[in-house]
Design a protein around this ligand. Structure first.
Ligand SMILES: [Zn+2]
Length: 122
């Protein structure tokens, strides 16, 4: 993979990262321990009436799976960015062969090549 393509992928990963962080910060707080973990804000407004609280608890339960999904994507993106920095980007985690450029452009956080990904998804 040439430097230009890698830079393009790096840029799109960085953009996705800040987008995900923005989405997460709208309803969750960043947890410094462990690094990269986010916590959905639990509603605790003193003096709020019962009806309001019920609505907020419901919102909390709705946000949790969203948080989990965004957090997972963010972790994959961070991992991919780390690999670019380590110059190990684009190598399949399983067979250690290079992942095709088309696949990486379509899915920059891909950890496996096409064949291994097919093998891992049942
Ligand atoms: Zn592979």
């Amino acid at each position: 993979m040439n430097k230009q393509t890698l830079a393009q992928i790096h840029k799109s990963l960085a953009e996705r990262k800040s987008q995900l962080e923005r989405e997460l910060s709208s309803f969750a707080t960043k947890d410094s321990k462990p690094e990269g973990d986010w916590d959905t804000k639990y509603p605790s407004i003193p003096g709020a009436n019962l009806e309001d609280s019920a609505g907020e608890v419901e919102e909390y339960s709705t946000n949790l799976p969203i948080e989990y999904s965004l957090e997972t994507q963010l972790k994959q993106i961070n991992k991919a960015i780390q690999k670019i920095q380590d110059e190990s980007y684009g190598t399949c985690e399983d067979c250690k062969q290079g992942i095709s450029q088309e696949r990486l452009l379509a899915n920059p956080e891909a950890e496996y090549c096409q064949e291994c990904a097919a093998k891992h998804s049942f």
